[in-house]
Design a protein around this ligand. Structure first.
Ligand code: CDP
Length: 131
């Protein structure tokens, strides 16, 4: 059986807020919100892939902090894995794939229309942060 393609995404956090990104494409996903990230290339290390995606999509340097326990199915043949991350350099801008970014405070997490498949991942991010 072929291994699923891994999609990596970041829970980028600053001052207690979480970065959400609104997709501009493809049409069936446009307008929905996600944790920014993208596909791991064949042979690429997933963590390096995520740092690369954050640079390409948001124009930032980021440091991954910790893996969020869990793996979530996307469309057939794809799985989502998430790391918490922090900004090292730059301010996030929607350079590719997104048309809006929003820093969500603890009371605002569910104020955006997350992609269905990102909902359990966001819940796991929050659960991993409970003291
Ligand atoms: O940027 P790249 O083409 O590598 O990947 P992408 O188009 O951003 O993401 C690949 C697939 O993963 C798409 O079908 C996205 O909808 C999905 N994805 C997701 O469901 N949740 C995320 N947080 C990130 C990507």
């Amino acid at each position: 059986m072929t291994e699923p393609t891994v999609v990596v995404a970041a829970a980028l956090q600053e001052s207690g807020r979480l970065l959400a990104a609104r997709r501009s494409a493809p049409p069936e996903l446009a307008g929905r919100w996600e944790l920014p990230g993208g596909k791991v290339e064949p042979g690429e290390d997933p963590k390096r892939a995520l740092v690369r995606e954050l640079r390409e999509e948001l124009g930032i340097g980021a440091e991954l902090v910790a893996p969020v326990p869990g793996e979530w199915p996307l469309k057939p043949g794809y799985v989502l894995r998430v790391w918490t991350a922090r900004l090292l350099s730059g301010r996030p801008r929607p350079l590719e794939d997104h048309d809006e970014l929003r820093w969500l405070g603890p009371d605002e997490i569910w104020s955006v229309d997350w992609l269905d498949q990102d909902v359990p991942a966001v819940k796991a991010v929050l659960a991993a942060q409970q003291p």
